[in-house]
Design a protein around this ligand. Structure first.
Ligand code: ZN
Length: 92
């Protein structure tokens, strides 16, 4: 006999219960906070941002090579964006 415990089916759907602060929310918030950024594309785990031309990096204020770009990551209801110099948390 296989003991079928309910632990897997029992996980509360917290990530679904508060869509206001989901990944899309933070993404918009980040773009709102840093108007010089635009979203390039997203992978399963990360969002990638570019910097609109001729402006220094809005995160670290340095004029670094934009080939690196900005990376956003949603994790446990927090959202972080980082460039090669700095990481900043976007607060809800
Ligand atoms: Zn930077």
């Amino acid at each position: 006999m296989i003991s079928s415990d309910m632990s897997q089916a029992n996980v509360p759907s917290t990530s679904q219960s508060n869509p206001t602060y989901g990944r899309a929310y933070f993404r918009n918030k980040a773009l709102d906070q840093y108007p010089n950024l635009y979203r390039e594309f997203s992978s399963k785990k990360f969002d990638y941002y570019g910097i609109t031309d001729e402006t220094p990096c809005p995160l670290c204020k340095l004029d670094h090579d934009d080939e690196e770009g900005i990376e956003g990551r949603y994790e446990a209801r927090s959202y972080f964006i980082k460039c090669e110099q700095r990481e900043i948390e976007i607060v809800a």
